[in-house]
Design a protein. Sequence first.
Length: 370
Amino acid sequence: LRPSPFGIAACIVSVLVSIIASIPMADAVMHRKDGQKKILSLLFLLGWITLGVMTACDAVWHLGTALDAATQAFIWILCMLGPVTIIMSQKILFGSRKMGTKWEGSGKPNFHPIVYNMGGPLFVWGWWYLWLGSCGIPSVVSKDNIYPDAGKFYIPLFLNVRTLLSFTFGCAMVPVVRFLDYSHDEDGPWLGANDEGKVFKRWWLGTDGTYFGVFLESPWPFLIAWVMYGVSCFFTFDNGVKVGAREVILVINCLLQGVDAGILIQSNLYAGNAHGKKLFSLPFVILFVGLAVNVGYGAGWIALALSFPGAILIILGQKTVFGARKRGDYTMQNNGKANPYDKVYVYSWGEVFFMIGWILICWGQAMPPV
């Protein structure tokens, strides 16, 4: 161990933030102590910003002369984006929960909780930023040997087009799914509804666009994100393009997944057709397992340690949030009735699992073939 003064300070700040955010904050919220809550919130904010600063200083101190100005700036950006994103996530969650902002202002519970909010995913994303900034070690590798330290305990993350596309479109699935399911939870009229009982008569449409617009509430952003996530595998370590049988199969897998989840499952969900949803959920799982194996195989099975847990967490996340949302499992099992208020859980593990899963499977996809 070789702790720096900044690392010691970061540890102390971490303990203080954990204390502030636990019992004192819970007491202030539960008993609506406005003055105490404001003071604690300010300390919470300052604590997180200080933690970001100390973490960045600690990382730069340990890496020393190995850093150029651009790399130092990148570390600082990651270490500061982490706390800012985490603080933002807590603000969103507090406004979405049953006993949060509404409770503080009026003393009444929020009878309009939002399960599909971005608080949980941003919380995960913020911690990932902070982890990358504090634990990342910059290095330059040769095109002829992109995994020079194979066998050592580390996870490579390359800064190239492949990584950019993989993370941009893979992690975009989280807000894209939110556009679809948020509107359905809030009773957005389904544009595919008809008097003939045909589920797929207008398959290219979703809900009526009240909340995010017709395009974002349709299957198209979902399909685009899936296909572009698949296309990211065409790019090599040095931003060249190489397309073989494995890459083509992977893109087809992604396209089928987008059609299955975004059109077949979603349309049956809107129509309240439990049999149809169950029928197409099995291919959803099979396609995800196939994707995880293909992604893992591409990097000489190294990436399987990321892609397979990622796929499991994505599936588990969807399963969990479907039990917690307003119009999920309960609605399908009870003739279209909304989930009772006491069974709607804003703080479920669903969106957390979903976000972690996408980060992992995107990371696996970002690892170029050996």
